[in-house]
Design a protein around this ligand. Structure first.
Ligand code: NAP
Length: 322
C-alpha cells in the first residue's frame, strides 16, 4: 500500500514538473518572439514609398523644432512637399528656408497657428485654405507641450493645464478633422499621432499627470480611428517615443544630449518614418522598443514607485517654478 502511495505521489510530482516546464517554455518563447519582432519591426522592415502610397504633400504640426522639424526634413528628403504648421511665423519661415535650400525639389508652405491661443479656429481656417486642392497624403500630428517642471496636480496653474489640453488634445483632434475629409475623398492617407511612453510604457507618470493623461487620449483616439478608417485606405497610427533629445526633454528631464537610449530628433524621425503605414501603435526607435519590452516584465507597483521617486528627485533639483 505504501509503495502505491509513493508511486502515485512521484508521478504527480513528475506531472507537475512537466506542466511547469511546458508553461515556462511557452512563456519564454512568447517573450523571445515578442523581442525579436520588436527589433525586426524597428530595423528590418522596408519603408513604404510615401508619395506613391499616400500622396505628394505632408502636413507637420509643431514643425519649427525637435521631432516635428526632424520629421519635416526627413519627409522632404523623400521628395514630399510640406505644409508646416507652428505658432511662430518667423521660425516657420526660417525652417522652410532651410528645407528649401537643402531639398530644392520640395515645395514648402507655412501656416501660423497657435493651438493654445484664442484664434485657433482662424488658424485652422488658414490651414484648410492652404491645403485645399493639395494632394495631402500624410499628417504628422506632432505638436505637444508639457509642464515647465515636475509638480503636483494641485500646483499646476489653470493656464498651464488648459494650454496642455488645448494643444495636445484639441490640437491633435482639430488637425485630424481638417485633413481627414480630403483623405476620405482620395481614399488614402496616413495620420501619425505622436503619443508618449508616459501614457503607454509606464503605468503612471506622476508629477506630469495632465500631460500623461492627454497622451492617453491621443493613444485611444488613434486606436479607434485606426479601426474606423482602415477600411477607407487611411492608416492612423500612434507613435510612442520615450526620451528624445529635444528642448522639451532638456527642460523637464535635464537630458541635454543624445545617448544610446535617447536618440536625436533626427535619429527618431528616421526610424519613425520607416514605421508609417504599419501597426496601430508602435515605438519606432529600436532602443526605446527594448526599454518598453523590459518595462513590461517589471510589476506595475515597482514601475509606479520608480517613476514617482524620479519625479520627486527632479522636483527637488529643479529651480523653483512659481
Ligand atoms: N522629446 C521627447 O522626449 C518626447 C517624448 C515623448 C513624446 N514627445 C512628444 O513629441 C512631440 C514633439 O516634442 P518635442 O520634444 O519635439 O517638442 P519641442 O522640441 O518642444 O517642439 C515643440 C514644437 O511644437 C511647437 N509648439 C509649441 N506650442 C505650440 C502651440 N501652442 N501652437 C503651435 N505650435 C506649438 C513648437 O513651436 P515653437 O518653436 O514656437 O515653440 C515646436 O515647433 C510632442 O507631442 C511631445 O509630447 C516627446
Amino acid at each position: 500500500m505504501e509503495d502505491i502511495v509513493t508511486a502515485c505521489s512521484s508521478s504527480v510530482t513528475h506531472f507537475a514538473v512537466l506542466i511547469i516546464s511546458c508553461l515556462g517554455f511557452v512563456v519564454t518563447l512568447n517573450h523571445l518572439i515578442s523581442l525579436v519582432t520588436r527589433i525586426s519591426n524597428s530595423c528590418l522592415r522596408s519603408e513604404k514609398d510615401l508619395t506613391r502610397t499616400y500622396g505628394s504633400w505632408a502636413v507637420v504640426t509643431g514643425a519649427t523644432d525637435g521631432i516635428g522639424k526632424a520629421f519635416a526634413c526627413q519627409l522632404a528628403r523623400r521628395g514630399l512637399n510640406l505644409v508646416l504648421v507652428s505658432r511662430s511665423f518667423e521660425k516657420l519661415e526660417t525652417v522652410a528656408g532651410e528645407i528649401r535650400a537643402e531639398y530644392p525639389g520640395s515645395h514648402v508652405r507655412v501656416v501660423e497657428v497657435d493651438f493654445s491661443g484664442g484664434e485657433v479656429c482662424e488658424g485652422l481656417r488658414r490651414v484648410e485654405e492652404v491645403i485645399g486642392g493639395l494632394d495631402v497624403g500624410i499628417l504628422i500630428n506632432n505638436v505637444g507641450i508639457t509642464y515647465p517642471g515636475a509638480m503636483f496636480f494641485h500646483e499646476v496653474e489653470e493656464k498651464v493645464w488648459r494650454n496642455i489640453v488645448r494643444v495636445n488634445i484639441e490640437g491633435t483632434t482639430r488637425m485630424t478633422k481638417v485633413v481627414l475629409p480630403g483623405m476620405l475623398r482620395r481614399k488614402k492617407g496616413a495620420i501619425v499621432n505622436i503619443g508618449s511612453g508616459a501614457s503607454v510604457v509606464v503605468p503612471s507618470h506622476p508629477l506630469f499627470t495632465v500631460y500623461a493623461a492627454t497622451k492617453a487620449y491621443v493613444d485611444q483616439l488613434s486606436r479607434s480611428l485606426y479601426m474606423e478608417y482602415g477600411q477607407c485606405g487611411i492608416h492612423v497610427q500612434c507613435q510612442v517615443p520615450l526620451y528624445v533629445a529635444t528642448n522639451m526633454v532638456s527642460r523637464v528631464a535635464c537630458i541635454e544630449r543624445d545617448s544610446l537610449f535617447v536618440p536625436t530628433a533626427e535619429g527618431y524621425a528616421r526610424a519613425a518614418i520607416r514605421r508609417i503605414g504599419y501597426e496601430a501603435r508602435c515605438t519606432p526607435y529600436w532602443a526605446h522598443s527594448i526599454q518598453w519590452y523590459f518595462a513590461r516584465l517589471i510589476p506595475d507597483p515597482l514601475l509606479d514607485a520608480w517613476r514617482f521617486s524620479i519625479a520627486m528627485h527632479r522636483r527637488k533639483s529643479q529651480p523653483k517654478l512659481n
